[in-house]
Design a protein around this ligand. Structure first.
Ligand SMILES: Cc1cc2nc3c(=O)[nH]c(=O)nc-3n(C[C@H](O)[C@H](O)[C@H](O)COP(=O)(O)OP(=O)(O)OC[C@H]3O[C@@H](n4cnc5c(N)ncnc54)[C@H](O)[C@@H]3O)c2cc1C
Length: 406
């Protein structure tokens, strides 16, 4: 007598259960081996430039947990690098990002105002460099100060095994990406605003971090220069100017900006050939809004003001290619900081724009380090490029507003 239908059904059920169990075991094994592969995956990272962005990028690479080794190359020697006097204002978002990388603001020379932290570029860089140096025992780390980036450096510091990542943060005048054959083309876009900058150098003043000063709705009487001001009063439809005074007492910077318009004053200041007008505007604005404890600019010190001769259109230039795969060398390159995007107008917040781009660095390194094939690499690059475009777009929409107009 053959098996009954019920017996056949039970055997089929048992076979199916065994099959499912086997498939589950295979899937679990696959997942475990994929997990192991990902855990073990790592990339060699080279960072070019030890400015604020390059140093932060190096720390982000270490934080990704996927750097097998890291080399940082910087053209300036240590002393020159850490003596940079410019003041930087770190905004809350930058501070959150930097704290995750280990920044200890409480142990940094500087001052706070309205959730922003003001410090000196050199002090900030020294702190980041010391954080980086702490990792020396954990993984191969080469910090080459006073060394210019070259193809030779790259060959010596990259692994012969895939993957390798180069982060270029060599500033607005850097040429490292050109050395690697990356297109130097930029997209230049208007920020729909006009501006002018001034700097006052006073060697007798202190080089200490100082909160910035902002003033809004400024109007200038230009009748002394032949302009008819009769219809131009506060409260008229003509937008006023925004002024920011920042930097240390020794290196004072001023930024003047207004939304793009075709008003009489704006047209006049955009096209005037008389450079003393702008100088007088900065002179008077500085004296009106400076801190009480700092000296006024007077006839004797007027020559210390260096400024734009007229209002110019504020433009953001950003690289067309911000991330690429160099197939011949098997290297993924990403460009960051002022090497990737730069304004023709100093807002005093340049470092923050650079740090914004680094927010996708850990993800890029993780994705590249764990990539299985070129498809994964291109996906990682596409995400990085998208983020880079977003940073430029966000700046065009809100950046000047946040840095100057509010
Ligand atoms: C006068 C002045 C005042 C400023 N004031 C302010 C301010 O108040 N607030 C603010 O936020 N920002 C300010 N900035 C802007 C700020 O300094 C920049 O936004 C910031 O430094 C950009 O950082 P980065 O790391 O992208 O580039 P950088 O700081 O320019 O760093 C690039 C580094 O790469 C190195 N390098 C270049 N080429 C090579 C190479 N081939 N090999 C190896 N290394 C290389 C350079 O030596 C440099 O150290 C000011 C700038 C200036 C000039």
């Amino acid at each position: 007598m053959g098996p009954t239908e019920a017996q056949l059904a039970r055997v089929a059920l048992e076979a199916a259960a065994v099959l499912v169990a086997a498939l589950l075991v295979v899937a679990a094994l696959k997942a475990a081996s994929e997990g192991l592969r990902r855990r073990r995956a790592g990339a060699w990272v080279v960072v070019v430039g030890a400015g604020p962005v390059g140093l932060s990028a190096a720390l982000a690479a270490l934080r990704s947990g996927k750097a097998r080794g890291l080399a940082l190359v910087e053209a300036r020697p240590r002393a020159a690098l850490l003596a940079r006097p410019q003041q930087v204002a770190l905004q809350p978002r930058s501070l959150r990002f930097l704290r995750r990388l280990g920044l200890d603001v409480d142990n940094l020379e500087g001052c706070w105002e309205q959730e922003r932290f003001f410090t000196r570029l050199g002090v900030f860089q020294e702190h980041l460099l010391s954080l980086l140096e702490r990792h020396r025992r954990r993984l191969p780390l080469r910090i080459c100060l006073g060394t210019k980036f070259s193809e030779d450096f790259l060959k010596k510091n990259l692994s012969s095994n895939w993957p390798n990542i180069v982060i270029i943060a060599d500033g607005s005048c850097g040429e490292s990406s050109t050395i690697l054959g990356i297109s130097p083309e930029y997209t230049v876009e208007s920020c729909n605003a006009y501006g002018a900058n001034a700097a006052i150098e006073r060697p007798d003043q202190r080089q200490v971090p100082t909160p910035e000063i902002r003033a809004h709705g400024l109007y200038f009487d230009l009748s002394a220069y032949g302009m008819d001001m009769s219809n131009m009063r506060k409260g008229s439809s003509t937008p006023g100017f925004h002024l920011k005074i920042y930097g240390t007492f020794r290196n004072r910077y001023l930024a003047l900006a207004c939304p793009a318009s075709d008003s009489k004053v704006v047209r006049f200041l955009r096209h005037t050939l008389n450079s003393t007008i702008m100088k007088n505007i900065f002179h008077q604005s500085f004296n009106a809004y400076k801190m009480d404890i700092e000296p006024r600019v007077n006839e004797l010190t007027l020559h210390r003001i260096q400024c734009s001769h007229r209002l110019f259109e504020i433009m953001l230039s950003h690289r067309r290619v911000t991330a690429a795969l160099l197939e011949r060398d098997n290297v993924v390159v990403t460009i960051e900081g002022e090497a990737a995007r730069v304004l023709n107008f100093d807002t005093g917040c340049g470092v923050n724009l650079g740090l914004r781009g680094l927010e996708s660095t850990e993800e890029l390194i993780y994705k590249v380090a764990t990539a299985i094939d070129q498809h994964d690499i291109f996906e990682a690059l596409a995400a990085k490029i998208q983020h880079s475009k977003q940073v430029a777009e966000d700046f065009k929409q809100n950046g000047l507003f946040a840095a100057m107009f509010e």
